[in-house]
Design a protein around this ligand. Structure first.
Ligand code: SAM
Length: 265
């Protein structure tokens, strides 16, 4: 389709991604539920609890932490960070920046934060319009971030190695990069066949029926297909300078999604 970006330049991809997310911003949250049968909520909950933001030993002073949620869109991950850190871990010293390249997605995120978050969490939240490939010009300093998260965002970036090197730059030594992204289910051929049929057949159709926008959802499916395998992506994280533990990733739902983590030494 015209959204295939194998032959398009980085600038053209950035432009198309901008159009897609401007188109889907208002319907994005509803569509996520339709497309994943609500599974994205389970994955996001698991992702954030596995990172355990705001954790601290009992009776110790809760440490200040700065979390940067890149491609944070409408706030799903940032809101979970805040709930986990402030409520679950009793650490009010955690602040979260939601960053996204797309002002329409951020505007929805801002409205949702006002509607859904208690005032104390709203006060710990800030918004930053920025391209993940160039956080410097948005003012994000070297060694300033404790936790860098990006969920279902990185496959949309035009230059993933550049974004990873920016993540490395802004993280403090000992800081953690955590990526949640759609991945490959190649190990389970039958499941893979059903999943491919669902994504290529049904998702663009649901996009058309629910959101009135087939092309944007066709793009989303194609971008999942083009994203590297778990192993290849782990190697990209290592190439950016991060240390990974074990194999470097965790599969979710047989690899429909995966969590990759790396630490800046
Ligand atoms: N993290 C959110 C979630 O899990 O619900 C939103 C994910 S949404 C599928 C992808 C987001 O990536 C969009 O909001 C889009 O604007 C953003 N994005 C795409 N390219 C980007 C870039 N180069 N820098 C920052 N954000 C980008």
């Amino acid at each position: 389709t015209h959204f295939g970006f194998q032959t398009v330049t980085e600038a053209e991809k950035t432009q198309r991604v901008a159009e897609v997310f401007s188109n889907v911003a208002e319907t994005y949250d509803r569509m996520n539920d339709f497309m994943s049968f609500g599974w994205h909520r389970v994955w996001k909950d698991h992702y954030v609890s596995s990172l355990n933001p705001g954790s601290h030993p009992p009776f110790s002073t809760p440490p200040a932490q700065h979390i940067l949620d890149i491609a944070g869109g409408t706030g799903d991950i940032a809101f979970r960070h805040l709930a986990h850190a402030h409520t679950h871990n009793g650490n009010p010293n955690v602040r979260v920046t939601i960053s996204d390249i797309n002002p329409s997605m951020l505007a929805v995120g801002r409205q949702r934060s006002i509607a859904q978050l208690p005032a104390s969490q709203q006060a710990a939240l800030s918004f930053l319009e920025a391209n993940a490939e160039d956080l410097r010009s948005a003012g994000v300093a070297d060694n300033s971030v404790d936790l860098y998260t990006v969920a279902f965002g990185i496959r949309n970036f035009s230059n993933i190695p550049l974004a990873l090197s920016e993540a490395f730059r802004v993280l403090k030594p000992g800081g953690v990069l955590a990526v949640l992204e759609f991945s490959k289910v190649d190990r389970f051929p039958l499941f893979n066949a059903v999943y491919k049929r669902w994504s290529f057949g049904a998702i663009p159709l649901i996009g058309q029926l629910v959101a009135g926008d087939r092309d944007s959802y066709q793009y989303l499916v194609e971008s999942i297909e083009k994203f590297p395998s778990q192993r290849e992506f782990r190697d990209m994280i290592v190439a950016a300078g991060f240390e990974v533990g074990g194999q470097g990733w965790e599969d979710l739902t047989g690899g429909v999604a995966a969590i990759h983590k790396g630490m800046k030494p």
